[in-house]
Ligand binder design. Sequence first.
Ligand code: MTE
Length: 319
Amino acid sequence: MHYHRRESWMMNENQATDEHLFVNRRQLMVGAAAGVGAGLIGGAALAAPAESQFSPAIGRASGFPHASTPITPEAINSTYNNFYEFGSSKSISQEAQALKTDPWTLTIDGDVEQEITIDIDTLMSRMPMQERVYRHRCVEGWSMVIPWVGFPLKDLVAMAAPLSKARYVRFETFYDTETAPEQKASWLPWPYTESITINEATNDLAMLVVGAYGKVLHKQFGAPLRLHLPWKYGFKSIKSISRITFGTARSKSFWEELNGNEYGFWANVNPEVPHPRWSQATEKPLGQDERVPTALFNGYGEQVAGMYAGMEGDRATWF
Ligand code: MTE
């Protein structure tokens, strides 16, 4: 049984009432159990099936500052996606089923002690699995709340053992024009990439995601491994990651390459800094009728604002 300290970003309400068992990619279960109180994760210990070698119990670190925002229904969330490898509309969930996620390997290279290529199941067996309910704010002005399953990015960084000179972490999505014909479009800078600082990568909130709604990650969500940075606009949360590279220089990401005036490197959520073509003051939660105010750093300022101290006046921090 794993008990977790209640972190400041964890929500304090009844959605956080489950105990979970992560088994493996083919068998991911989130089971309900009674008896969780005071924000601690507890309840019944679940035994791992004997045949499983991947059996760390996980706790639901359910949390986000806007405790009144309900979890977005899975049926809505899983049919309204941005995944340009499979099309530029939101209705790519069928097309995304072409993605082959088994086998899947992740290469970790660049300025690290030793470059490795690791099978996703082996990686998952080595990482501390958790469930976290996070808000997600797309730069387009819609938002959702998702119960992700995954592990802290900082644990992968520790495993990767970056050299002290490494300052940036670059993420790359698969590149396979057979699977994702949209990647044949030569005017787009495939493969999709993203980049953050080491400091951001080791922030408590940065999460690598392998599941959602208690299930193995749907392909349209970016299976089998995606990033989630809840304080940044959603385009930073790259899907279907196949390579993570540590380096000394900042690389240009997919959207920055396409249109750096609208989609920058930092992309921290700020309702007071409009996108060049629309306001960022409010957002439309998927499944709800009314728009709601957007919060600075998507409501996670307490945990992340310190990383940007002194940068607040620079527009680049916010787009
Ligand atoms: N990752 C890849 N590889 N390809 C994409 O097109 N879209 C981004 C991000 N990650 C994208 C991606 C954008 S713009 C958003 S808002 C989120 O994924 C959407 O995640 P969701 O479909 O799970 O809501």
